[in-house]
Design a protein around this ligand. Structure first.
Ligand code: TXA
Ligand code: MG
Length: 311
């Protein structure tokens, strides 16, 4: 069910969960202080309770209300990449942040989104927590239609069009000394070098077994269709291929196009829509062409596909 902007604001303020657009993916939003609504987010998504939520702010300066001390480089990162698809995980957080948001961790994740509708909304509602607006484990939602496909036609959605980025925010984690990448996302790690003076390392797990980003241990991004990743699509096997317009595939295959190989931006935007299309068409098995560069945003695409295929 599509909401008018003002209705989305009033529903959020009165304790409801509403799906809203961001430049990365749609989010399932609730007000930061509203424990009842936040619990509802977890149950709606069937999200494991140990998987914390990102706090979305209208502006970087608001973080002072929630964090006692800001890590080295925070201000420079915020200045350069906010509003935008960067999430920063920070220690020294205030008791004002409900435990249910952080899943009891001593850190919290913050982001200032870039989508004009999200920013206008945040200005009216104050900080919102939101995970991606999909059933846990499934491909994320990059349009209002995707949200309705997962949560039903009656679910309240503020329609802000298709998401421009199409992949989630990059998560940087402050480990006490340096920033590390805890989740690949819409910003390639190399881009942070111009601000930090170093390329943050990709660290999925800490020295001691615990994953830095709890969400990384769960099933993710997976359609019902079984995905077979390959650098060379054979003639036999499944008839469906997730691939690129600039490639030739064996005759008779049905190609689900991610767009062109010339730039990763296009395929990034298309990825979740294409994975969802496979399920809409009842495809059971599909090849995925992963013969693309192992650099920049392509790395995020490959990581998402590996996760989607491993389910
Ligand atoms: O682009 C995005 O980041 C989207 C849009 C809606 O903003 N949101 C999103 O949320 O992707 P979600 O819940 O699908 O993924 C958030 C990830 C999870 O893997 C979670 O474990 C991690 O962020 N996270 C949240 N708080 C954390 C914390 N305090 N420490 C480490 N990881 C955290
Ligand atoms: Mg998610």
């Amino acid at each position: 069910m599509r909401l008018e902007f003002n209705e989305a604001v009033s529903r959020l303020k009165s304790g409801e969960v509403v799906a809203i657009p961001t430049e990365t993916v749609y989010g399932l939003a609730a007000c930061l202080g509203d424990i009842h609504a936040i619990k509802k987010i977890y149950s709606l998504k069937s999200r494991p309770e140990k998987n914390p939520l990102i706090i979305h702010l209208h502006s970087a300066s608001m973080i002072k209300d929630y964090v006692a001390e800001l890590p080295l480089g925070f201000n420079q990162l915020a200045q350069e990449f906010w509003p935008g698809p960067l999430t920063m995980v920070i220690p020294y957080i205030s008791k004002k942040i409900p435990q249910i948001v952080t899943a009891g961790l001593p850190t919290a994740a913050f982001r200032v989104p870039e989508h004009p509708v999200a920013l206008a909304l945040l200005e009216m509602t104050g900080p919102l927590v939101m995970p991606s607006a999909n059933i846990s484990g499934k491909p994320s939602a990059t349009s209002a239609d995707h949200v309705e496909a997962d949560f039903g036609q009656d679910f309240p959605v503020l329609d802000g069009g298709d998401c421009i980025q199409g992949l989630e925010s990059t998560i940087l984690y402050w480990n006490g000394q340096v920033w590390v990448v805890a989740r690949l996302g819409s910003i390639a790690p190399v881009e942070f070098a111009r601000v930090l003076g170093y390329i943050p390392e990709i660290v999925v797990k800490d020295k001691d077994t615990a994953p830095i980003c709890p969400g990384q241990i769960y099933r993710h991004y997976a359609p019902k269709a079984h995905l077979i990743l390959t650098e060379s699509v054979p003639e036999n096997g499944p008839n469906a291929v997730v691939g690129f317009i600039d490639r030739q595939y064996p005759k008779g295959k049905k190609v689900y196009s991610l767009g062109s190989l010339t730039e990763a931006r296009g395929p990034a935007q298309m990825l979740y829509a294409v994975l969802r299309q496979l399920d809409d068409d009842g495809v059971e098995r599909a090849f995925v062409d992963i013969d693309f560069p192992a650099e920049g945003l392509w790395l995020t695409l490959k990581e998402r596909l590996l996760k989607a295929a491993s389910a």
